[in-house]
Ligand binder design. Sequence first.
Ligand SMILES: NC(=O)c1ccc[n+]([C@@H]2O[C@H](COP(=O)([O-])OP(=O)(O)OC[C@H]3O[C@@H](n4cnc5c(N)ncnc54)[C@H](O)[C@@H]3O)[C@@H](O)[C@H]2O)c1
Ligand SMILES: [Zn+2]
Length: 362
Amino acid sequence: MTKTSTESPVLFNQKGYDHFHEFLRQENFTKIFVLVDSNTHVHCLSSFLQKLETNVEIEVLEIEAGEEHKTIETCNSLWEALSELGGDRRSLLVNLGGGVVTDLGGFVAAAFKRGIACVHFPTTLLSMVDAALGGKNGVNLGALKNQVGIIKKPEMVVVDISFLASLPPSEMRSGLAEMLKHGLIADEDYWNRLKSLKDLDLTDLEDLISESIEIKENVVAQDPYEKGLRKSLNFGHTLGHGIESYFLENPEKQKLLHGEAVAAGMVLAAYLSTELEGFPKEKRDDINRIITSIYGKTDFTEEDQKKIIDLLKFDKKNEGGKINFVLLRQIGEPVIDREVPNTFLLEAFRYYLAPQEDVDAD
Ligand SMILES: NC(=O)c1ccc[n+]([C@@H]2O[C@H](COP(=O)([O-])OP(=O)(O)OC[C@H]3O[C@@H](n4cnc5c(N)ncnc54)[C@H](O)[C@@H]3O)[C@@H](O)[C@H]2O)c1
Ligand SMILES: [Zn+2]
């Protein structure tokens, strides 16, 4: 095990619960706060409580489900609740939910009393393979994603695959986007196996999830504070975040999940990669075909495209006013900090929106 992973291990199913219980016995917490959202309250809390073995007093904290509640106002109400319910420096916060709960809960724990212990129990595919790993926590600032936050790992992450049984298919697809991303930036074999995945059956998924976690953990261990390599995990996310923010800001538009926005962002980034890094065109078209077959095409008008590009300058990954992209030279060979002129961005949208036959003919 790497140093980072022993500091904040990621453990599966029963082994995860055993480790968690051992941790509870050692740490003598005064109280355990379990943070859920309105959906994980219904679908995950009772199963979690049944598996929990402890005499420590438990309080459940609930937030409204949804990205629009990943705000400092929600944190504020949780800090007040923690305070009113007698939370102290020896309290533990368990974050039982998807990426919204783990991102926001991680931040709430990191700041309450200057930092209390927290453990993530991710309940969405996306949070299992991505959001709950690597210690990035935080909240949105208006429509701007993850503008306020810190990097601090939880004490551990327990991945209980059985939570996925109640997850809607669109949310499964959203998580799959991050797994596809892991394949594209780190491992062509893994990408090929994901490509041929017929449906999101839990039996096949467990190994694939575990591999995805390994890829992310490995990248984060080499570069925990995102000085270099870790930026490669942002593949598809520069435009993906712009798209996500824009759709969040415009409720009359279709509702786009994080992974769905990132999926479109990866096709756009694959196009930029062929134009600027010599990424093979047939692989770009393959990425386009696979992603479109899973996610369909999102409709972007010309006005949408311009506004999305405008939003990129607020993206936190941009340094000194430049828009930086992660591109690919090959599958498994990312290049970071690439500046891309705006004209290429519009071309990328044109490529994305073109019917697939045109793409193949090109
Ligand atoms: N910190 C990071 O490194 C990182 C990485 C990737 C994404 N993120 C963040 O993660 C968030 C997206 O995560 P997400 O997709 O998990 O979103 P989410 O937390 O909003 O969960 C998606 C939906 O599924 C519901 N849900 C959760 N678990 C369920 C279950 N087991 N059964 C039924 N419904 C369930 C939730 O209530 C919600 O409605 C974004 O805010 C994104 O910015 C963070
Ligand atoms: Zn993501």
